[in-house]
Design a protein around this ligand. Structure first.
Ligand code: SF4
Length: 344
């Protein structure tokens, strides 16, 4: 886990420089991915985040203390999504070790940098002094709702007396239904939002991309719809699922309602970035798409040109994981299998 402190990051020269550039309306080079995206698509993580902050009334110049925090407090996860890695998921431990043993430098570096991190007490001690000023706290993992430390963390915030002015946001992979302790603690916060991470919407594609059980996830989401929490979803698009954009977007729009569906575009690991696909494949996916909402997503494919090396890395990693997980792309995602074979 990164050990930059909360205060150190907030007051750092780079952070201040970025804030000053944004206030002057200048495009800071650290935000190049968002500026590039905005040239081709009508939204980027930057504009989506700004919109969210506006909705929550967090506007104006930055003060001495952060009013909004996002904290990856544990990497314990019950999934091992293909686009994830050890920093965020302990599910990746076995395959990170195997790939490192086979000479993969990135995996070796991940093994050295990231370990099982069920809890970060040092970070909590840094966060606590900021609670009086906090209006928005976003927790993600790992899978936040399986962390045995989550109840203790929420209880600590509640007993500090500050939960009443904090909008709590928890990202979840959807595998966990509500439990009585969650209902009890969530009721103490000014508001609670669950952001469901949805990257596939059929049994086979969900099993292949996320390693989880789509039927159980749907049942869990149904149960959360009976609770007093706001529900949103975020779709993460990569080479693995961009071809299925229409089906995923339309499912999420129907289930969560328009305005509650956001998306991320995978930049890392770089081999999963869908910009790397052959240009003809991108145009084919664009031409096949008929769902209106996909038009906000698919232009992202054209923000950078085809990268032959990263495309081949993706094809090789997919084959390696298929063997490691006893899955075959041909069986689980025949559509993508056919596209890869046509353009490899
Ligand atoms: S559910 Fe989230 S944290 Fe877990 S493996 Fe998937 S992407 Fe990573």
């Amino acid at each position: 886990m990164v050990k930059e402190t909360v205060d150190g990051a907030y007051q750092s020269e780079q952070f201040q420089d970025i804030r000053a550039s944004l206030q002057r309306g200048q495009q800071h080079p650290a935000c190049v991915t968002c500026w590039r995206t905005e040239k081709h698509a009508d939204r980027s993580p930057r504009t989506a985040y700004t919109q969210r902050m506006k909705e929550q009334g967090i506007v104006g110049t930055a003060g001495d203390h952060p009013r909004s925090m996002t904290w990856a407090f544990s990497n314990t996860c019950n999934f091992a999504c293909r686009t994830c890695f050890l920093q965020y998921s302990t599910g990746w431990m076995r395959e990170t070790r195997l790939l490192a043993e086979q000479g993969d430098q990135q995996m070796q570096s991940d093994l050295e940098r990231f370990e099982k991190q069920p809890w970060d007490q040092i970070r909590l001690d840094e966060v606590l002094p900021h609670l009086p000023h906090l209006e928005h706290l976003e927790l993600f993992g790992g899978e936040t709702l399986i962390s045995t430390k989550l109840p203790q963390l929420l209880e600590t915030i509640v007993s500090s007396g500050h939960a009443g002015h904090i909008d709590l946001v928890l990202t979840t992979n959807g595998s966990q239904p509500p439990k009585p302790w969650m209902t009890k603690l969530f009721a103490q916060f000014r508001s609670v939002q669950l952001t469901f991470s949805i990257d596939a919407v059929t049994e086979d594609t969900f099993r292949y991309v996320r390693t989880g059980d789509w039927q159980r996830v749907q049942e869990s989401i149904d149960q959360w719809f009976k609770q007093e929490v706001r529900r949103r979803c975020t779709i993460t698009f990569s080479t693995l699922n961009v071809w299925d954009c229409d089906r995923i977007m339309s499912w999420c729009d129907r289930r969560f309602a328009l305005g509650n569906v956001n998306y991320n575009w995978v930049e890392q690991p770089a081999m999963y970035n869908a910009v790397n696909m052959p240009e003809d494949m991108k145009h084919h996916i664009m031409k096949q798409s008929t769902y209106w909402h996909s038009r906000q997503v698919l232009p992202n494919m054209f923000t950078q040109p085809h990268n032959a090396k990263l495309w081949q890395d993706f094809v090789k990693r997919t084959a390696w994981l298929d063997q490691s997980r006893s899955q075959t792309l041909e069986k689980f995602m025949p559509e993508l299998y056919e596209l890869i074979n046509r353009w490899s």
